[in-house]
Design a protein around this ligand. Sequence first.
Ligand SMILES: O=C(O)c1ccccc1N[C@@H]1O[C@H](COP(=O)(O)O)[C@@H](O)[C@H]1O
Length: 209
Amino acid sequence: MKIKVCGNTRIEQLKELSNLPIDYVGLIFYPQSPRCVVQKLDPNDFKQLKMPVTKVGVFVNASEEEIMKQVEDFGLEMVQLHGDETVSFCNKISDQLKVIKAFRITDSDANVDWLVQEYHEVCDYFLFDKGSAGLYGGTGKKFDWDLLRNSTIKKPFFLSGGIGKNDVAALKAFHHPFFYGVDVNSRFEISPGIKDLKLIKDFAEELIN
Ligand SMILES: O=C(O)c1ccccc1N[C@@H]1O[C@H](COP(=O)(O)O)[C@@H](O)[C@H]1O
């Protein structure tokens, strides 16, 4: 199972994350997020950081120009589109680099297949997060994973939304042919953007062993 650690803002912490058994690190470029990395992290420091993990930028309804500028400045290898991006917008971005399309699931989303069906051809991964009024992500809350169990999704996907240290057993018990990884964020923080590295290490080791 792949592990993505999102919402990083400190170069020292990113260096330390390189030594943990994780696969992706995420930086958030959404100005309204308390984890927004702009002006907190020097783009060059991050770009020059050699890491054995994939560097992901998280955007919410940003323009193509804005995304590609940050991709260049920060040396991002992949983007996570976490807003209301259309199929054609995802297609345009995925012509240039790998895309994770995030879907925010609410209790009324009984048919997840319907929600994602048009996006299968225009991204590389799906990510499922909890939908919450007025917030695009980082809610610290879970959605009902049962909504995915019988879905016919055919794209590798990340589970996300409120995943914390006590969820290892539930994650190991969750099965779907395209379940690819987990994305963790606010449940592993000391404060927004400042990660608890010991908590992440213990979680990652328990999850992969
Ligand atoms: O973390 C944020 O502030 C954020 C803001 C806007 C879009 C996405 C954001 N984070 C993403 O939210 C999910 C779940 O986070 P949590 O575990 O519930 O805190 C995760 O995919 C982050 O990439």
